[in-house]
Design a protein around this ligand. Structure first.
Ligand code: ATR
Length: 263
């Protein structure tokens, strides 16, 4: 019996996910036959769900909060970016194996450069937060030519630990939010503060005349975008473009064809 290639995004919560819409548009655009669903997975049920999806003949998965680290642990192989990010957002089932990838960082870089026209080469970047979201983007930012990076986090030790982890890839230092010094061309918010419509408590002069980017997105401007605009940011963008670009990265891995993301 012929069945259609099945993909899904797994998360908890998952109701807000735009991924089914994005992948369905990519499939239409590239004339690929597939189905893509958003599946709510119990917090203790991730591994079981993945096994069942594979047993049912599924082709691939996207992974979102809070399962990216668990996905990293569960796959049989990881590419370099996933390995270093400590998180997997894309799984491909191939010959009975689970292959793990992380397309978040390249998605961010592509959105910054191509859609937001924020140059990264030789730029000084302030990266706010030191969780999984931050960890996934540091290496791609350096690979895009960033000159220096300050990772600043509410819990300073976590920023310091990430700076040590990535020190071989570029000029990076880690500090608490109240100990940031220097000036920055690009300020990226990778904290989860926006979930409560909050912003990381930093001196607003750091966003003045800087290009600002919030990795979160929503139906209305995010708290960080509003805050940055009200404190003199040159421009401020939300993370919808990153979502679309990381999805295109996954689509390319699974289907071998690129999607046109501007649409
Ligand atoms: P994610 O995978 O989204 O990065 P995470 O690993 O839980 O999620 O990390 C959340 C990040 O947002 C952390 O850097 C956290 O700071 P702490 O390490 O001090 O907890 C940061 N964060 C969450 N709420 C914040 C807030 N209100 N202000 C500033 N930083 C916040």
């Amino acid at each position: 019996m012929a069945t259609i290639d099945a993909y899904a995004v797994l998360g908890n919560p998952i109701g807000h996910s735009k991924s089914p819409e994005i992948h369905t548009l990519f499939a239409k655009q590239t004339a690929q036959a597939l189905v893509y669903t958003a599946d709510l997975v119990a917090l203790d049920g991730f591994q079981q769900y993945v096994k069942q999806f594979q047993a049912d003949g599924g082709c691939g998965l996207n992974i979102t909060v809070p399962f990216k680290q668990e996905a990293w642990a569960v796959v049989d192989q990881r590419n370099d970016l996933a390995e270093l990010a400590g998180a997997v957002n894309t799984i491909m089932f191939k010959n009975g194996q689970l292959l793990g990838f992380n397309t978040d960082g390249l998605g961010l870089v592509k959105d910054l450069i191509e859609n937001c026209h924020i140059p990264l080469a030789e730029q000084r970047v302030l990266l706010l937060g030191a969780g999984g979201a931050t960890r996934g983007v540091v290496l791609p930012l350096f690979q895009a030519g960033v000159k220096s990076m300050t990772i600043a986090n509410r819990t300073a030790q976590k920023a310091e630990a990430l700076a040590t982890l990535f020190s071989e890839y570029g000029d990076v230092n880690g500090v608490g939010l109240d100990a940031i010094c220097g000036s920055f061309d690009v300020v990226i918010n990778a904290t989860a503060a926006g979930l409560n419509r909050d912003v990381p408590q930093i001196d607003p002069t750091f966003v003045k005349n800087a290009l600002c980017y919030d990795m979160m997105y929503g139906d209305k401007p995010t708290a960080f975008v509003e805050w940055a605009n009200s404190h003199g940011a040159t421009r401020a963008f939300d993370g919808l473009g990153m979502l679309v670009e990381q999805a295109a990265g996954a689509f390319l891995i699974w289907r071998g064809v690129g999607a046109k993301t501007e649409e």
